[in-house]
Design a protein around this ligand. Structure first.
Ligand SMILES: Nc1ncnc2c1ncn2[C@@H]1O[C@H](COP(=O)(O)OP(=O)(O)OP(=O)(O)O)[C@@H](O)[C@H]1O
Ligand SMILES: [Mg+2]
Length: 241
């Protein structure tokens, strides 16, 4: 993002933002409620209106992207929400396999056609998030932490270049939250997937992310290595205007 201003309808939400992400980074975005963190994150999938400035993601120019390329971009970007967005009535394994499908013909019959190769891959992803022993359970039988881990495995199944995680651990207890953060780090380091996560817990951002970006009132007010985030800077990031 270079000098980027974007938003909804006529309202500018991000203003003059400069933000560059290197391949393979693990970035935490922090800032007060309403600052524009989710807008910043989700804009990476190309759905938010650009008013001014330059915006490139992977090889795509988001200033004027064609629909066909938007689909291609979205195939390379995995998204994980606080609400998990899994299909409850099918198994963990079927959810993970569905991540490999480009379109989503989510019927068991179609998923069952999937071959040994896909099953092996699915197992690899389930192993990474430590959910293999629950692979045949329906997703509505899992705990919140387990569900979030399935969501990560499903995102991985699409072999994304980027994973966007919007408050992936906000609804979890500390132990489950740490486990999910550790898995995101493992995914980042093992597969080199770039991870950008909105986090409400500063301590997780500091512990797990390489770099922290502080957003306040639609502007980037901090952007540096995690260890350089001092108490004073945190206060500045969370100041209400
Ligand atoms: N779909 C939308 N249409 C119009 N305005 C929106 C939309 N989504 C968000 N906004 C506005 O954009 C601003 C930033 O919202 P955003 O969700 O990006 O904040 P946030 O930093 O993620 O906050 P939180 O920490 O509460 O999740 C808010 O003023 C919000 O009302
Ligand atoms: Mg948000």
């Amino acid at each position: 993002m270079k000098n980027l201003t974007l938003g909804y309808k006529k309202e500018e939400i991000l203003k003059n933002v400069d933000f560059k992400v290197k391949e393979g980074e693990f970035i935490g975005i922090i800032g007060p409620s309403g600052a524009g963190k989710s807008t910043l994150l989700m804009s990476v999938t190309g759905g938010i209106k650009v008013f001014d400035g330059k915006f490139e993601v992977l090889d795509f120019d988001l200033n004027n992207i064609k629909k066909k390329n938007l689909v291609k971009l979205r195939e390379q970007v995995g998204v994980i929400f606080q609400g998990y967005n899994l299909v409850d009535r099918i198994s963990v394994l079927d959810n993970v396999i569905s991540g490999m499908l480009k379109e989503i013909p989510l019927t068991r019959a179609i998923i069952k056609l999937y071959k040994k190769k896909e099953l092996k891959k699915a197992k690899e992803y389930m192993d990474i998030v430590d959910i293999t022993k629950h692979s045949m359970k329906r997703c509505d039988e899992l705990s919140g932490g387990q569900r979030q881990r399935v969501a990560i495995a499903r995102a991985l199944a699409a072999e994304p270049k980027i994973i966007l995680a919007d408050e992936p651990v906000s609804a979890l207890d500390p132990k489950s939250a740490k486990k999910v953060m550790e898995i995101l780090r493992k995914v980042n380091k093992t597969y080199g997937v770039t991870v950008i996560a909105n986090l409400h817990h500063l301590e997780y951002a500091k512990e797990y992310c390489d770099r922290i970006v502080g957003v306040n009132d639609g502007q980037v007010v901090f952007d540096d290595k995690s260890e350089l985030l001092t108490e004073k800077l945190v206060e500045k990031i969370y100041t209400n205007n």
